[in-house]
Design a protein around this ligand. Sequence first.
Ligand SMILES: [Zn+2]
Ligand SMILES: [Zn+2]
Ligand SMILES: [Zn+2]
Ligand SMILES: [Zn+2]
Ligand SMILES: [Zn+2]
Ligand SMILES: [Zn+2]
Length: 254
Amino acid sequence: MFAYRAAYEDLQEAFGNNIIAYYIHYATHGMQENRSITTVPQAVKAGITVTGLRGQVIARPVPVVITPTEETNQEETNHEETGNPVVIPETPSPEPVPVPSATVCTHQYITKQLENIRAHAPVCEICRYTDEQKQEPCEAADEYIIDTMYHKRKCKGCDRLMDSDKHQYPTNDFKCSVCGYQHVHNYYYFVINNDNKNHIKSCTLCNFGSSEPHNISAPTSYSTMEHKRQCSDCNFYYMEPHTTPGVCECGYSS
Ligand SMILES: [Zn+2]
Ligand SMILES: [Zn+2]
Ligand SMILES: [Zn+2]
Ligand SMILES: [Zn+2]
Ligand SMILES: [Zn+2]
Ligand SMILES: [Zn+2]
């Protein structure tokens, strides 16, 4: 910033030793005004002596006795013309300024969602130019995209996901109150605390759940002493001694 201050005398008159003011000026105006001397080497190249706040010399231009390179001479010539708005200085500015392309882009627009804002706008696929004049707030489409667990909606104009939620079954156990999706219960069964009377019948897709008696089938022979009775829905089973004497219900004969 000492270089920036030294390079532009008008700023010295305005800001004096207020270094912060130079930073603000550079950020708000300096770049547009082509005030490109921001480092000590740039200032020295441009033939400017850089001084500190107390007037001490930080850097001064290379004395002429040391043969300057051709490049240095050209740089100096250009800097003397910086006041002319037509001349574009060749000195690279500290922040890369996009060079205007020689060929004008024939924009190929597709509508894209914008970041940081719930809106979409036409964006050029080639040069990424965004037509902000045609920016629109995103709006949820009428149609839901549905799978067995979720309903979701995208924006009418772009790919933005507007809402996504599990199907809701507050009043009807198979029809979603939000999107109308009707599912077929996908039952599964489980036993709590080895309950020998009931199992819980539940659905993997909704909150449906009820207690039902085990569906105990005919016994199967297990050993010379016992047969096994198993629920055909859940994995609950229990052992029973064969009925003796004679032929047991399971087919075992004693
Ligand atoms: Zn374009
Ligand atoms: Zn959108
Ligand atoms: Zn739903
Ligand atoms: Zn269900
Ligand atoms: Zn059962
Ligand atoms: Zn038996």
